[in-house]
Design a protein around this ligand. Sequence first.
Ligand code: ADP
Ligand code: MG
Length: 709
Amino acid sequence: MRERLDYIFSPESIAVVGASRSRRKVSSEVLDNLLTFGFTGRVYPINPKASSVHSIKAYPSVLDVPDDVDMAIIVVPAAHVLRVVEECGQKGVKGLVVITAGFSEVGAAGTERERQLHALLKSYDMTMIGPNCMGVINTHDDVQMDSTFSPIPPLKGNIAFLTQSGALGVAILEHARNVAVGMSKFASLGNAVDVSGNEIIEYLERDPETDLILLYIESFGDPRNFVRIARRVTRKKPIIALKSGRTEAGRRAAVSHTGAMAGPDVGAQALFEQCGVLRAGSIQELFDIGMAFSQQPLPAGRRVAIVTNAGGPGIMATDALVSYGMEMARLSPKTIAYLEGKLPEEASTQNPIDLIADADGARYKIAMEAALKDENVDALVVITVPPIVTDDVEIARAIWEVAQEYDKPILSSFVSRAKESPAFMELTGHGIPSYLFPENAARSLAAMATYKEYLAREEGEFRVFDVDREEAEGIISAVRRQGRTRLHELETLELLQAYGFDVVATRMAQDLEGALAHAEEIGYPVALKAVHPEIVHKTEYGAVALDIRTPDELREHFAKITKRLSSKGFEAEEFMVQEFARGGKETIMGVSLDPKFGPMIVFGLGGIYVEFLKDVVFRLTPMTDVDAMRMIESVRSYPILEGVRGEPPSDVASLAEYLQRLSQMVEDFHEIGEVDINPFLVFEKGKGCKVVDARTILTSPEDASRSSA
Ligand code: ADP
Ligand code: MG
């Protein structure tokens, strides 16, 4: 059974609709690429005005082709696309690659045309990539299809490349060729009206020719679906992504801490971290890392040995490795003794192993083999500053010859040696990634170690807690009925309690008498706070009094707070009396809604300085138990929770459970736009956590109807 994307990536026959006779037109390039790359199937140029194009018989319409046509590449002007697609449908064409631009990317008229295009596809059950794309490539020997208009033919290899930008696609193909990176498949998505990036990723997951997937992403169509798919795919094949473009700033004015701290890129960052996708910062980095993954095995650990013929680059590499979180391997005494016997006296037998300037291939071999045999070494970086006296191609040969005997990763840097240099070709031609500078090698190796650790990590599970969903439902719908979006402080506490949160004893009072009675019931010491619908951060208004020990003190603070508020034009109508909690550490936990990525859970060390310290981590929902633990461990101040200076450790397991409960709550109620629990007190290990102060904002009803559409 052929699946629908097979008609795009492995067609048996292709019609090039709009094939032009004049050179240097996109349509001419597409046909030319199909021919020169040696497409194994049949090609039919379609051109109403020519009987042949590029020496091949042409047909006026796809309907005139005497055989079946699996796939059509459409390069006609935008105004003709719908007619051509209709004809393809009648002909029984299964797959379309629409290169023509002029659709939703150009405004209203284009959007309407795109809508009609989509309707046509559905009525004929066709599969389409594009429009506004630059084509697809499949280098498999049985297919050999380059349907792009890129002037540079691809190399065959095990990397699949997916790009949202067509223009950048050409640059990418060129760069890939330059650094000798081979591809299995390439697709440029264009407007992704039908086939999405997610669908192609799932296709590549099953593709035996593809070992790793490189992505260039500008925006996510369906981020949650991406997470679901990528979580699974990255367990089998690494995905390395370059994400450009910042999330739109279309964020509601944030009224809470969590909202204020969600910067424009946190959604994308959270998404990648959660599903094991490695992130590259530039095209060069994307390829650097891709090259390492495509050619070398993963390191078992982070311990790296360096072999070099010059001291300076060895130190540079050491610095770079350490800064990317790698470790310098401690060579075993046996290795050192062996090297001392074999290397010249001036050489360094410690890591980095410096072979000095006159090192030839044989000397490289001795050092590399010794390091690779050493059980304290997980990976090797081999550096060569192009020698004056010896032949660098010979050194390159020595490197790949040794590499074939070992299954530890080896990355090389022929410092400043150009990509076309014979030594570079010698290395990359034999599966050794070669970088211009040692830093690039170091960074790529670190990415491999990170991925290896990701694979070793358990996926974790999506736990479901026994909660009182009806109670929560009741609170939220009551707020909605009253036309409010902000929950009263007490409502928020009740909502959280319905999801199993522990809350400090809290009572509401209308006047001093009430407050005194509540304090008596709760027991001193207490906290007293004024509550007002327009006050968000109570401390800023002097509306919080802590550690109140007696009724007299309570009276005093009651009067002070009332006075302070009235001087600011507020009338204090309601007071909150709370048990004064001691001994916990202040954390912040919450929910913030990203316009693109949906609900995100926030965690950090809390208190009133949280916005300034910005030591918080974001994750998308839903979240596994492992995600929750990792989230807590990745805040900078995590050691504080582990206990510093003899302090007992905090109840981190309990924090992790509450993060998951919060995640369950927002998954259950998509209308929850913002939750801000600050402080969320965490006590000693085994003693749990308690909510002290929290607020919740619902999405406005218009937002809610949009998100459920
Ligand atoms: P705000 O609206 O300013 O965030 P909070 O209710 O969070 O007001 O109180 C401010 C700070 O006072 C908290 O961050 C916490 O340090 C302390 N605090 C408030 N309530 C209590 C309490 N019940 N027990 C202990 N500390 C409290
Ligand atoms: Mg607070």
